[in-house]
Design a protein. Structure first.
Lengths: 114, 115
């Protein structure tokens, strides 16, 4: 069991650029979540996938954000035209249907927008 | 008002002390109560969860929930330097007949246990 993995771990970009993050959930976990965590705050829910279907999106997820989970495996989170306010840690979590209370988090991708 | 409020700390205690971490919540529909630990530059890891009022113990950790006052606590006995981390309370809610839970976190309490 390798746990939830995320790539890259760190990303520095200039304002206006597009970035894409990848999350590989624990194998056989059909539920996948994205959260955002800013400094000194707890994670905030962004979006949820059950298999390949995106079932909920937070109001925090503006039109510049898009997430996909093709074939219900890995997921990508893309931010277009990044802004300095997008600087945060982006966390991915996965869970197994039978143990839906337990969300396992990855190490996160730390984004800095200059 | 945030749905989950957590004492931000920071807390600094000597090794061996009993630590008390606290959160309050506002939504009675919340169903599961979790405590996560997050080391610096890492993702949160689940310590404990419970869904009923009362106490739940796991080794040196005790989670306490009081649904009548909407108050949750985590106690750490015999604290160790390796317990130094940010502790996050989180509430899981299943809303509108959904089959998944959305976590709402407190802001986290930074704990330092010094030798």
């Amino acid at each position: 069991d390798t746990g939830v993995s995320q790539d890259p771990r760190h990303k520095i970009t200039k304002r206006g650029q597009n970035v894409t993050f990848r999350c590989d959930p624990i194998s056989e976990h059909n539920r996948l979540y994205w959260y955002r965590q800013t400094l000194g705050q707890g994670p905030e829910f962004l979006t949820y996938f059950q298999n390949e279907a995106q079932l909920e999106k937070s109001r925090l997820l503006s039109d510049r954000f898009s997430a996909e989970r093709p074939k219900g495996s890995f997921s990508t989170l893309e931010i277009q035209r990044t802004e300095q306010g997008d600087s945060a840690m982006y966390l991915c979590a996965s869970s197994l249907r039978a143990l839906r209370e337990t969300q396992y988090f990855g190490p996160g991708t730390r984004l800095l927008v200059l | 008002q945030k749905e989950v409020e957590q004492d931000p700390g920071p807390l600094s205690v000597p090794e061996g002390a009993i630590v008390s971490l606290n959160c309050t919540y506002s939504n009675s529909a919340f169903q599961y109560f979790m405590w996560y630990r997050q080391y610096s530059r890492k993702g949160p890891e689940l310590l404990m969860y419970t869904y009923s009022s009362g106490n739940k113990e796991d080794g040196r950790f005790t989670a306490q929930v009081d649904k009548s006052s909407k108050y949750i606590s985590l106690f750490i006995r015999d604290s160790q330097p390796s317990d130094s981390a940010t502790y996050l309370c989180a509430i899981l809610i299943y809303a509108g007949g959904t089959s998944y839970g959305k976590l709402t976190f407190g802001q986290g309490t930074i704990l330092t246990v010094h030798p």
